[in-house]
Design a protein around this ligand. Structure first.
Ligand code: SF4
Ligand code: SF4
Length: 587
């Protein structure tokens, strides 16, 4: 199957080719290091991540023997037949693929590599890319034919700033010089974007900035820093030589990260621990890349969710694994909650009753604390209640337009809670709407926060109603949505000062009364046709509901062990610096 996923590298419309001017360190002072620059780059990166990419592996062999190769277990010296590859490429295109990525093993050693580039281009892919060790491009004729066959981008895997370091890491004498000749060959032709992947490991961590400088001097402006992962040959054969303590090496990486402040330079990180990126939040890996990571080991995740068989990488590797939060910490917990019926929350959309009917056999045994019904009308919410098996012990929350609250209030039935959105919700509350309910949640955005902070709003709200009011900071799947909608941290703190209760923020922002987010929540959509948790929908749920992080400084905070920190996209929006550890005296 072709693998369709999101990924790194800048969309073609956001960059130029043949960018050959030399960059000297002395020029750096002229560069603008502004928040606007990072916002612009974030937008470009988000556009890249949303682009549909089709990854196709051409070979299970390679002409290098990289020490860190995570694909070594998959290599058996074979090539995939061109006819099969063409079928994959076509299917990927028909499924909406925009960018074709030819990889391996090493893609360029496949005898039909050029033919496949041309095939992809003629089918209609907007962009054809290869991820390569670069050896074949050292042959000028091959580089020329690749360009003529429609290759738009070549991502070179380069791991040293000199031949000694690079050749040692990739296990092939002469590899550095040949790959660099390949880069020069493509640059001389023009029209093919060249960028660099670097695997960060113990041997090169002190030289990442040197590697970037070396290639910037060759005119390259896009770098992807890949954190070493505990899979394949790197963990099995070279663990001691490659794995390192990030605390000891972080200052070297900071030197490298500084490059990202330069206009026109795109730096990405892959699998880099979020807590370490304080001040460099623009480098946090786009959360949807987790889908690509999961696709790479899909049999493991599907297998675990269906049968409970732990992934074949489970064990010592987990301590070094970027997926620990998604996998061992949360996926394992979700399966237990699913089987034991102990999800804390269940959320059901009244507009999608068929989803409930399909998933019901696996959800009727749940004993949630909160049943959250989303509906457009009070009638639809009530109709759904009559079909659900849960009694009146949980808190039943209706999420519906404020205009419908009056109707629901006439006959609230099981509903004791409301979740409302938008400025009209505040106008409704000021008019006394919702007073019959025990808990009224209002989803925050900038306008709602501004309205609530007006002195006349604060004084006009009925004190009894205000006691029931909880302001929920929402989670967004994308950073741009958080930037466009969410209130800033100072606004949140002002709301606390104005005696509002907040949810889904840590105590260092929301104070002692702040409550948790919608953790441990299941929806009928997460249950697949086979009545097991669906892997992709679980990953979406993780990104939107469970992917939180904290600062390294949080380890000093008195509530460290019970605190999840901030949702990943709000954190990318406001920065880890917003978190202020609580000490005994000010707790
Ligand atoms: S956390 Fe999951 S993916 Fe990572 S090594 Fe452990 S079992 Fe494998
Ligand atoms: S652990 Fe971190 S995020 Fe949580 S309250 Fe403390 S400082 Fe804030």
């Amino acid at each position: 199957m072709p693998t369709i996923m999101s990924g790194n590298s800048v969309p073609s419309e956001n960059r130029t080719t043949g960018d050959h001017e030399r960059v000297d360190r002395a020029e750096e002072t002229a560069f603008v290091d502004s928040a606007d620059l990072f916002v612009e780059k974030d937008i470009t990166k988000e556009t890249a991540v949303k682009q549909k990419r089709v990854w196709v592996r051409l070979t299970r062999l390679c002409n290098q023997r990289c020490t860190f190769c995570l694909d070594s277990w998959n290599q058996n010296g074979t090539m995939v037949k061109a006819s099969e590859l063409q079928a994959f490429i076509r299917r990927g295109y028909e499924q909406g693929g925009e960018r074709l990525i030819l990889s391996g093993g090493e893609a360029t050693v496949h005898p039909d590599f050029l033919k496949l580039c041309r095939y992809g281009k003629e089918l209609g892919y907007r962009w054809v890319q290869t991820v390569t060790n670069g050896q074949m491009f050292a042959y000028p004729d091959f580089a020329r034919k690749a360009k003529l066959s429609g290759l738009d981008e070549a991502t070179f895997s380069m791991h040293g700033h000199d031949a000694k370091l690079h050749d040692r890491l990739v296990g092939l004498p002469g590899a550095f010089d040949r790959a660099n000749q390949g880069i020069r060959n493509l640059q001389a032709l023009g029209g093919v974007v060249v960028n660099i992947d670097i695997v960060i490991n113990r041997m090169n961590v002190a030289h990442i900035r040197d590697i970037i400088d070396f290639y910037m001097n060759m005119g390259i402006r896009e770098f992807d820093l890949l954190y070493i992962v505990p899979f394949g040959r790197g963990f099995e054969e070279y663990r001691e030589q490659l794995f390192f303590n990030l605390d000891d090496s972080f200052e070297h990486l900071q030197r490298a990260f500084e490059v990202s402040a330069q206009p026109g330079v795109y730096l990405w990180t892959n699998r880099f621990p979020v807590s370490y990126l304080e001040g460099y939040e623009h480098l946090i890996q786009e959360p949807h890349k987790l889908h690509s990571e999961v696709n790479g080991g899909r049999h493991n995740f599907d297998g675990y969710l269906k049968t409970g068989t732990p992934p074949d990488c489970y064990g010592e590797r987990c301590n070094h694994c970027f997926l620990n939060g998604l996998c061992k910490t949360t996926m394992f917990r979700y399966r237990t909650l699913f089987l034991e019926g102990t999800f804390r929350r269940i959320r059901i959309d009244a507009d999608r009753p068929a989803d409930w009917d399909r998933a019901a056999p696996r959800l009727v045994n749940q004993t949630p604390n909160v049943v959250h019904i989303e509906a457009k009308t009070a009638k639809a919410a009530q109709q759904l209640v009559s079909r659900l098996p849960y009694d009146d012990k949980p808190l039943w929350v209706a999420e519906l337009p404020v205009e419908e609250v009056v109707t629901l209030a006439r006959e609230p039935g099981r509903f004791r809670g409301l979740r409302l959105k938008g400025q009209r919700a505040i106008e409704g509350l000021l008019a006394g709407v919702g007073a019959e309910f025990d808990r009224i949640e209002v989803v925050l955005n900038q306008d709602v926060a501004n309205k609530l902070l007006l002195p006349e709003t604060n004084t006009s709200l009925e004190p009894e109603l205000k006691k029931k009011l909880v302001l929920v900071l929402p989670n967004h799947p994308y950073l741009s949505e958080s930037r466009a909608n969410d209130p800033g941290v100072e606004q949140l703190r002002d709301l606390v000062t104005a005696q509002y209760r907040l949810a889904n923020v840590p105590r260092c922002i929301g104070g002692d009364n702040a409550t948790a987010g919608d953790f441990d929540e299941i929806t009928p959509q997460m249950v697949g046709a086979d009545l097991h948790l669906d892997t992709d929908l679980y990953v979406d749920r993780y990104i939107e509901g469970e992917y939180y992080s904290k600062s390294l400084r949080c380890k000093d905070c008195v509530v460290f062990h019970e605190c999840r920190g901030l949702h990943i996209n709000y954190l990318r929006n406001v920065g880890l610096g917003a978190l202020k550890p609580l000490f005994k005296a000010n707790n």
